[in-house]
Design a protein around this ligand. Structure first.
Ligand code: AMP
Ligand code: SF4
Length: 443
């Protein structure tokens, strides 16, 4: 899970990239970086932590030039290390190149071993650097021809933004696992992971980069090339459930509306009467609201979330029970005491968060807890760029719903059906990757 942004032809390119990354912060908080091009050289600033920690006003002034790309990173493949921060810059046979990647290659190790045997020296442990090496090694002089040779060798998920000193490229893998969109602001082009990054700079949405497409933005124009055939679209359905911001539009569907539909479907599939509907904020807010609206049970804030837990937070020496959940969530006793409560969450991964939250609700004096999950049971790990644990740690891979209900200590537990989850998106099943719910991997 990462966020990427690029802008072409704007005198405040790095400043707008900073704003774009700010609105994509939810996609990664581990590191952030911007590389700008002033047509002759690249300037870059990368650092650990959130966007506002990494860049100062002075940094943005130094990052001059009319093209810039940026990245916020959430580590998956490749260790958590500042050397793995992106965008990655190289000077190679094709000149200066910078790359920002969202996704995960499933054949990165094989490609990397092959390149190393041929003498390539890697600076990072990311699979994104593999792509740069392949471009550098390709015999084609022209960047588009080189991409057409290199991209079909990559297997897995990749939405890429590539920058040369005078051009910007947007690329989406043939399956379209991760989003990538095109925007416009006067005579400037923008590439970004999500539409919320266009809203913050008042840019207009143009269209999505299609699976198997390379868009080249050069000499003031946008050109489109295909590098493969798309046989199976596989947009990650988790983008709707959890990753994308609810104010983004993805594949023509408002993420907010999809989440509300998920909540409505949860009620329709398993109507349960109660005194109040609460959410696990913020990711389940819209689903809980959908549940409340269709059921006519009032929605209330049962948990207050603290948004200010930074990277440098000092863990207490003294052991405090359920601390990792307590620092983030606190129950509102007035809303909960002696109430029959519907709790809506977007997903259960390991089950540890839910377990702690349920304990907190019991302390707050609830009468009954009915847990409703706006995604189907996660039974298989993701290999396409989402940080999910191994099968051993995925609670639904090892226990059935009744066993999970018992472990969590709730009166009832209901997960939305796979069919209901897909229908809530208003899109057809064939558009999606559903591998973590079905174990059926598109690649
Ligand atoms: P767990 O304690 O592992 O069951 O975590 C479940 C919670 O983590 C849910 O409430 C989700 O909102 C959130 N979540 C789901 N998937 C991810 C992910 N890949 N990375 C971080 N948080 C996630
Ligand atoms: Fe998304 Fe799950 Fe597919 Fe990974 S396996 S891309 S999280 S739907």
């Amino acid at each position: 899970m990462c966020g990427i942004f690029g802008i072409y032809n704007h005198r405040d390119a790095s400043e707008l990239t900073y704003l774009g990354l700010y609105s994509l912060q939810h996609r990664g908080q581990e590191s952030a970086g911007i590389v700008s091009s002033n047509a002759e050289r690249f300037l870059s600033k990368l650092g650990e932590g959130e966007v506002q920690e990494v860049f100062s006003k002075e940094d943005l002034i130094k990052l001059d030039g009319k093209i810039a790309i940026g990245h916020v990173r959430y580590s998956t493949y490749g260790a958590s290390d500042i050397r793995n921060a992106q965008p990655i810059v190289v000077k190679c046979s094709k000149g200066l190149l910078a790359i920002a990647h969202n996704g995960n290659l499933v054949n990165a190790k094989i490609l990397r071993n092959k390149l190393e045997k041929e003498g390539a020296i890697f600076q990072t442990t990311t699979d994104s650097e593999v792509i740069l090496h392949l471009i550098s090694h390709s015999k084609e002089k022209n960047i588009i021809e080189s991409l057409k040779k290199v991209l079909p060798q990559l297997k897995g998920a990749y939405s890429l933004i590539l920058m040369t000193p005078t051009a910007l490229y947007g690329i989406r893998d043939p399956y379209g696992f991760r989003p990538l969109i095109i925007g416009k602001l006067s005579n400037s082009y923008i590439l970004a992971s999500e539409t919320c990054a266009l809203d913050i700079i008042s840019a207009k949405f143009v269209r999505e980069v299609e699976p198997s497409e390379i868009v080249e933005i050069k000499d003031g124009e946008l050109k489109s090339y295909k590098f493969a055939h798309t046989t199976k679209r596989s947009l990650c359905i988790f983008e709707y459930i959890y990753f994308s911001r609810p104010d983004s539009i993805l594949c023509g569907q408002s993420v907010y509306n999809v989440r509300k539909n998920l909540g409505k479907t949860l009620y329709i599939e398993n109507p349960t009467e109660a005194d109040v509907v609460i959410s696990v904020p913020d990711s389940a807010n819209s689903a809980a609201l959908g549940y409340a609206q269709i059921s006519n049970i009032k929605f209330d804030f049962g948990f207050i979330r603290n948004h200010y837990i930074g990277r440098t937070f000092i863990q207490p020496k003294q052991k405090i029970r359920d601390f990792s959940a307590k620092i983030k969530y606190n129950p509102v006793k007035d809303v909960l005491k002696n109430k029959k409560v519907i709790v809506v969450d977007d997903s259960i991964v390991r089950g540890t968060t839910s377990k702690k939250l349920i304990t907190m609700l019991k302390y707050a004096g609830v009468k009954e807890i009915h847990l409703r999950i706006a995604s189907s049971p996660i039974i298989s790990p993701c290999v396409y760029g989402i940080d999910t644990p191994t099968k051993k740690e995925l609670i639904a891979a090892n226990y059935n719903v009744e066993e999970i209900r018992n472990f969590l200590g709730v009166n009832s537990l209901y997960y939305i059906s796979l069919k209901g989850m897909i229908e809530s998106t208003n899109l057809k099943e064939e558009n999606f990757c559903l591998a973590c719910f079905t174990g059926d991997y598109p690649i």
